[in-house]
Design a protein around this ligand. Structure first.
Ligand code: ACO
Length: 462
C-alpha cells in the first residue's frame, strides 16, 4: 500500500446512547458504531469521514474511504457564516435573512457582519468604513503592471493576476496568524478590489485611470472610478448606486461554493490572503460559476428574438450540451432567493431607465422553462445570474465585466471564510484522497530515438 496511513481512530467515544450510525461490513460481518455529529440550530448531521478508516477487511489494509467527486455530499468544514436551505430557498448571513439585509443594510455593513458574526455598532462601522476608504489607493506600479495587458484582455484575467500581484507589494501579509496583520490585509483587499477592477475596465476602454475619491461611499466611489470623465466631482445615478449596493450584498457570500472552496483550500497551505483570494477569482471566472451571468447575456443575444425561444429550449432539452444558462443550481432546488430580489431590482431599474430589449426574451425564457416538465422535473429554477446581467448591461457595463463585479462583492465572503478556516483548530492543509485507477507497476522502456528533438527553423518562420 503506497499511501501513508494516519492510523484510523474513531473520533469520539461511541457510547451506546449517543446518536450513532451502525454499519455492518458485509465482508467481515463486523459492526461499527460511528457517532453522528448533530451540528448547529439547523440540525445538520454527518459522520466523520475519518471514522470510515477503521473499517478494514484485513488488518493490513488502508481502511475505507468515501468516494464523493465534486463534494456532492461532503462537508469540508463547520461554518457559522452563511446558511442555505436549498429546498426551501433560504439564504441567511449570520442568521439574518438575505431579503432583510438587501432591504436595509449597506455592503460594508454586510462585509463586517460576515467577518465578525454580529452587526457593527456605530463606532465599529465608522472605523471599518474609514479604514477601507483610506486603503483604496493602489501602488503606482500596479498601473504599470496593468498597462502590460493587451487592450482586449479579459478583465477577469487582469483582476486575477493583479490580486495575486498584490502579495508582492505586501510581503508582511504572510504573517497570517498575527490578528493585526490579518485585519490590515482584509481591509486592503476590500478597499483595493474596486480600484483594481475599475482600472481593468479603464484599461480595456483605453481611458485614463481615475483615482479613488474618498469623499464618496464604497459603491459611489467604484462608479466614479468606472465612469468619471472630465467632471471634477462624479455624481452617480442613485438608482444605479442602490442597485449595485443590493447586488453586492446578494453576491457577498454563498457558503462552500466553488470559489470559496478554492480560497479555503489554497489558504489552507497558509499562503497569504492575496494569493488565496486570487485563487477564488480564478475559480469564479469559470462559466459554470461566476461566469454564468456573462453566459446568460451571450445566450440571450444568440436567441435574438422571442420567436426563437421554443427552438432554443428544444435544443437544450435535446441534451446536445447546450444549457439554459442562469438556470439550475447545485444547492437550490427551488427558486434562488437572490433571483427573486434581483428580478424586483431589474423591474425598478428598467422602470427608471426604460425597458431593455432583451428583458422580454429573458422573461419569456423564464416563463417557458418554469412550465416545462424538463426543467420542473429536474428542479431547475432561475439562479441569481439570470437577471443580474441585464441590470449590469443597463448600467453600461460590458458583458465580460460582469464577473468582475461579482468578484468585488464576493471578496467579503472569501475573506470571512478564509479567516474562519485559519482559526478553525480542526482544519489542516486541504488534501483529498483519490481512488487510483491507473496502471499497476510496469517497467520503463525507451520508446524514443532522440531525447532532445530540435524544432525545425522553417516551421518557426511559417
Ligand atoms: N439547462 C439545462 N439542463 C440543465 C441545466 C441547465 N441550466 N442545469 C442542469 N441541467 C440538467 C442536467 O443536464 C442534468 O440532467 P440529466 O439528469 O438528464 O443528466 C440535471 O439537470 C442535473 O444537472 P447537474 O449538472 O448534475 O447539476 P449540478 O448540480 O451538477 O449543476 C449547475 C449545477 C452547474 C449550476 C448547472 O445547473 C448549470 O450548469 N447551470 C447553468 C450554469 C449557471 O447558470 N451557473 C450559475 C450557477 S449560480 C452561481 O455560480 C452564482
Amino acid at each position: 500500500m503506497s499511501k501513508t496511513t494516519t492510523e484510523a481512530a474513531p473520533t469520539a467515544a461511541a457510547t451506546q446512547d449517543a446518536p450513532a450510525l451502525e454499519v455492518r461490513d458485509g465482508r467481515t460481518g463486523k459492526t461499527y458504531r460511528m457517532p453522528i455529529l448533530m451540528e448547529g440550530v439547523e440540525g445538520d448531521q454527518a459522520i466523520r469521514g475519518m471514522d470510515l478508516r477503521q473499517v478494514k477487511a484485513d488488518a493490513g489494509e488502508f481502511g475505507l474511504m468515501s468516494y464523493d467527486p465534486a463534494f456532492m455530499n461532503t462537508a469540508s468544514c463547520k461554518s457559522a457564516i452563511t446558511f442555505i436551505d436549498g429546498d426551501k430557498g433560504i439564504l441567511r448571513y449570520r442568521g439574518y435573512p438575505i431579503e432583510q439585509l438587501a432591504e436595509g443594510a449597506t455592503f460594508l455593513e454586510v462585509a463586517w457582519l460576515l467577518r465578525n458574526g454580529e452587526l457593527p455598532t456605530q463606532p465599529e462601522y465608522d472605523k471599518w468604513v474609514h479604514d477601507i476608504t483610506f486603503h483604496t489607493y493602489v501602488h503606482e506600479n500596479i498601473k504599470t503592471f496593468l498597462q502590460g495587458f493587451r487592450y482586449d484582455a479579459h478583465p477577469m484575467s487582469m483582476l486575477c493576476s493583479s490580486v495575486a500581484a498584490l502579495s508582492s507589494f505586501y510581503p508582511e501579509a504572510k504573517n497570517i496568524f498575527d490578528p493585526e496583520q490579518r485585519y490590515t490585509s482584509i481591509i486592503r483587499l476590500l478597499a483595493k478590489l474596486p480600484t483594481i477592477a475599475a482600472f481593468c475596465y479603464r484599461h480595456v476602454k483605453g481611458l485614463p485611470f481615475i483615482y479613488p475619491d474618498n469623499d464618496l461611499s464604497y459603491v459611489e466611489n467604484f462608479l466614479s472610478m468606472i465612469a468619471r470623465m472630465s467632471e471634477s466631482k462624479y455624481e452617480a445615478n442613485p438608482v444605479f448606486v442602490k442597485a449595485l449596493e443590493v447586488l453586492f450584498i446578494l453576491h457577498a457570500d454563498h457558503e462552500q461554493n466553488c470559489s470559496t472552496n478554492a480560497v479555503r483550500a489554497v489558504g489552507s497551505s497558509h499562503v497569504d490572503p492575496f494569493s488565496a483570494v486570487a485563487a477564488g477569482v480564478a475559480a469564479l471566472y469559470g462559466p459554470l460559476h461566476g461566469g454564468a451571468n456573462e453566459a446568460v447575456l451571450r445566450m440571450i443575444e444568440e436567441i435574438g428574438h422571442p420567436k426563437n425561444i421554443p427552438a432554443f429550449i428544444e435544443g437544450v432539452k435535446g441534451g446536445k450540451g447546450q444549457r439554459l444558462m442562469g438556470f439550475g443550481h447545485r444547492v437550490y432546488k427551488s427558486y434562488d432567493p437572490r433571483a427573486r430580489i434581483v428580478k424586483q431590482l431589474a423591474d425598478q431599474v428598467f422602470a427608471q431607465i426604460g425597458m431593455d430589449k432583451d428583458l422580454e426574451i429573458a422573461m419569456e425564457l423564464e416563463r417557458i422553462a418554469l412550465s416545462d416538465d424538463y426543467f420542473v422535473s429536474r428542479k431547475l429554477y432561475p439562479n441569481v445570474d439570470f437577471y443580474t446581467g441585464l441590470i449590469y448591461r443597463s448600467m453600461a457595463f460590458p458583458t465580460d465585466f460582469f464577473t468582475v463585479l461579482f468578484a468585488v462583492a464576493r471578496t467579503a465572503g472569501w475573506l470571512a471564510q478564509w479567516e474562519e478556516m485559519l482559526l478553525d483548530k480542526e482544519q489542516k492543509i486541504a488534501r483529498p484522497r483519490q481512488l487510483y485507477v491507473g496502471y499497476g507497476e510496469r517497467p520503463y522502456t525507451n520508446t524514443l530515438t532522440t531525447k532532445n528533438p530540435r524544432t525545425k527553423k522553417d516551421s518557426l518562420r511559417r
